[in-house]
Design a protein around this ligand. Structure first.
Ligand SMILES: Cc1cc2nc3c(=O)[nH]c(=O)nc-3n(C[C@H](O)[C@H](O)[C@H](O)COP(=O)(O)OP(=O)(O)OC[C@H]3O[C@@H](n4cnc5c(N)ncnc54)[C@H](O)[C@@H]3O)c2cc1C
Length: 301
C-alpha cells in the first residue's frame, strides 16, 4: 500500500483522475483521517492521549516550479505553528523533491533550513524522507550540509541499499538522527538486496550497529520505521542484552497500520510515533482536488 501511495502521489496523470476512483477513496479513508490539516492535527491529539507521538508528512514528490516548492514550505511552516499552538508531540518529515531538489539545491537547502529553524523553536526535529536511489547520494550530502547549520534534523535511510552501512558510519561523527526503513522503491540488485530475508537481516544489523555506537557513547537517535514487530522484538532483545533502556530507540509506523501494535508497544514503555499519514493523506487528497480544479479551468480557458 505504501508503494502504491508513493507511486500514485508521484504520477501527474493519475493525480488528475484518481479522486474519482472508489478504491482510492477507500484506501485514503483507511490510511488518512481526513482531507485537511485540521483532521491530521486532531488525529495527532488522539494519538498523544495514547502515548504515541506523530510525524506529519504531506504526500507528494517532485514539484515542477520554485513557486510550488515555496508553497510546500509555507504549508509546513503553518503546520509547525499549528503543532506548537496545540502543544502536540509531533514532528514533520519532508521529501526534498517536494521542496525543489530537482530545480535548485541551494534554494531547497534554504527552504529546509527555514523548516528546521521553525522546528528548533519548540525543540523538535525536522526529518528528511529518503526517495529513490537516484536521489540517495544527493540527499545524504544535503543532510550533512543541513545538519551542520541545523543540528535538529534527521534523515531516513533504507536497509535494502547495500551502501547504507557505510552511510551510517559516514554520518555517525555528526550525531545523526536516523529513521531506518526497509525501502519503498524498486531498486536493481547491483545496489539493493532483493530478498526479504536479506533486507530483514540488514535492517537488524544496521540497527545493532547504531545501538553499539550509542553504547560506545556516540550521540545517535534511531527510529525503527517498520511494521515488522518480529524485527522490532529482535532489536529490542539486542538492546536489552547491551544494557540499553527501552527508550534507546523509537518505533515509527504509518498511520492506520498495526495500530494495535503501536498501542501495545507504547503501553510497554517503548517510544512510538505514527507517521503523519494524517497529513500525508489529507494533503494527498487536497493535491488531487487542486489538480482536478486546475485541469477543469485549463479545459474551459
Ligand atoms: C514511519 C515510516 C516512514 C517511512 N519513510 C520512508 C522513506 O522516507 N523512504 C522509503 O523508501 N520508505 C519509507 N517507508 C516505507 C518503508 O520503506 C517500507 O516500504 C514499509 O514500511 C513497508 O515495510 P515494513 O518495514 O513494514 O516491512 P514488510 O516486510 O513490508 O512488512 C512486515 C510486516 O509488517 C506488517 N505489515 C506491513 N504492512 C502492513 C499493512 N499495510 N497492513 C498490516 N500489516 C502490515 C505485516 O505483518 C508484515 O508481515 C517508511 C515507513 C515507515 C513506517
Amino acid at each position: 500500500m505504501r508503494r502504491l501511495l508513493l507511486w500514485m502521489a508521484g504520477n501527474r496523470w493519475l493525480r488528475g483522475r484518481i479522486p474519482r476512483l472508489w478504491f482510492a477513496r477507500r484506501a485514503v479513508r483507511r490510511f488518512m483521517p481526513g482531507e485537511d490539516a485540521a483532521a491530521a492535527l486532531a488525529a495527532g491529539q488522539q494519538f498523544q492521549v495514547q502515548g504515541i507521538s506523530t510525524l506529519f508528512t504531506r504526500l507528494g514528490e517532485n514539484v515542477a516550479t520554485a513557486g510550488e516548492a515555496d508553497a510546500v514550505a509555507e504549508h509546513y511552516l503553518g503546520l509547525l505553528d499549528d503543532i506548537a499552538a496545540r502543544k502536540l508531540d509531533g514532528e514533520v518529515s519532508v521529501k526534498l523533491t517536494q521542496l525543489g531538489l530537482d530545480l535548485d539545491v541551494d534554494a531547497t537547502l534554504e527552504r529546509a533550513s527555514r523548516l528546521a529553524g521553525k522546528s528548533a523553536e519548540t525543540g523538535r526535529t525536522l526529518w528528511l524522507d529518503m526517495e529513490g536511489s537516484a536521489y540517495v547520494e544527493t540527499t545524504v550530502t544535503f543532510y550533512e550540509r543541513l545538519k551542520a547549520a541545523s543540528p535538529n534534523t534527521g534523515l531516513c535511510l533504507q536497509a535494502y541499499l547495500r551502501r547504507t552501512a557505510a552511510d551510517i558510519q559516514r554520518l555517525l561523527p555528526h550525531a545523526p538522527e536516523i529513521r531506518l526503513v526497509k525501502g519503498a522503491y524498486a531498486e536493481p540488485a547491483s545496489i539493493a538486496y532483493q530478498r526479504k530475508t536479506e533486507v530483514d537481516s540488514n535492517f537488524v544489523a544496521l540497527s545493532v550497529a547504531t545501538l553499539e555506537a550509542q553504547r560506545a557513547g556516540k550521540r545517535v537517535r534511531i527510529g525503527l520505521g517498520t511494521h515488522d514487530v518480529r524485527l522490532i522484538e529482535q532489536i529490542a532483545a539486542h538492546a536489552a542484552a547491551m544494557g540499553l533502556p527501552k527508550t534507546t530507540f523509537e518505533v515509527q509506523m504509518l498511520y492506520g497500520i498495526r495500530m494495535d501494535q503501536q498501542r501495545r508497544l507504547a503501553a510497554e514503555g517503548y517510544l512510538v510515533s505514527s507517521q503523519g499519514a494524517p497529513t500525508r493523506v489529507a494533503a494527498f487528497v487536497g493535491t488531487l482536488r487542486r489538480a482536478m480544479r486546475e485541469a477543469a479551468a485549463a479545459r474551459t480557458a
